[in-house]
Design a protein around this ligand. Structure first.
Ligand code: DX5
Ligand code: ZN
Length: 239
């Protein structure tokens, strides 16, 4: 399913659930967890074994995901310029690549203009948030990693809190969606939402527990409750 920055912000805060934390041999049943919990976004962590140590899935998996979900594709791959378009063709609704993975982030974004995909840039915890500033005219989503890329189940880095504040100041008025990925659990999802984050990614907290549907539902409720008085990240101007 396609979406837009405007729509994502209109329903903020939202949860996007990392489906590679699910039991992949039962993926159909596992996706019902998202339906039952009212979650529309399925986050897919694509790793190439070069940008980060593991290798996960690629376009066949993205294509196989049902179109009733917004396919939120997080590319952790080296040199994405020649690789992004196959993910658009596979049905990505959000397509995020890492600033650290390319010498030409602006060109990657330009090449995605007009495709209808929400264009995202991700930053690892070691990259200054200000590095995204030159890209703001070509960008709909900024994803801050709250862990180093490569593995689910890591602890949320506290430095993410000030990075979110920096990001909000940098994108103010642009309509850009702010997203956070990594280490978000039932116990801190409310805190993350209260920072004014529009889109929160979680993986192992949902699928790694005994009651995925209940956990997903509780996390969505906690995010929405905490987000009710959230500080606005952007003006009503939109892209
Ligand atoms: C990190 C990935 C995240 C992560 C989320 O490399 O981008 O999406 O797996 O998983 P949890 O929620 O377990 O940190
Ligand atoms: Zn991710």
């Amino acid at each position: 399913m396609q979406t837009s920055a405007r729509e994502l912000r209109a329903h903020a805060p939202q949860l996007s659930v990392g489906v590679l934390s699910a039991d992949l041999l039962r993926i159909g049943e596992e996706l019902a967890v998202l339906d039952d919990a009212g979650i529309r976004l399925a986050h897919v962590d694509v790793m190439d074994g070069v940008f980060c140590p593991q290798t996960t899935v690629g376009t066949p998996f993205v294509k196989a995901l049902p179109d009733r979900f917004v396919k939120d594709v997080h590319l952790m791959v080296d040199e994405p310029l020649e690789k992004v378009h196959v993910y658009v063709d596979a049905g990505a609704g959000i397509l995020t690549f890492h600033l650290e993975a390319t010498r030409h982030p602006h060109r990657v974004l330009q090449s995605l203009a007009g495709t209808g995909v929400v264009r995202g840039v991700a930053l690892t915890p070691g990259t200054p948030v200000a590095a995204v500033e030159p890209l703001l005219d070509e960008l709909e989503l900024l994803l801050l990693l709250a862990v180093n890329p490569g593995f689910g189940g890591q602890a949320f880095l506290p430095s993410t809190i000030r990075r979110v504040e920096q990001a909000k100041a940098i994108v103010a008025g642009s309509g850009i969606v702010i997203a956070v990925d990594g280490g978000v659990t039932e116990s801190n999802v409310g805190d993350v939402a209260s920072l004014g984050v529009d889109l929160i990614v979680t993986g192992s907290a949902v699928y790694g527990g005994a009651a995925p549907t209940e956990t997903a539902r509780a996390m969505l409720t906690a995010a929405r409750d905490a987000g009710q008085n959230r500080p606005l990240t952007t003006s009503s101007a939109d892209s």
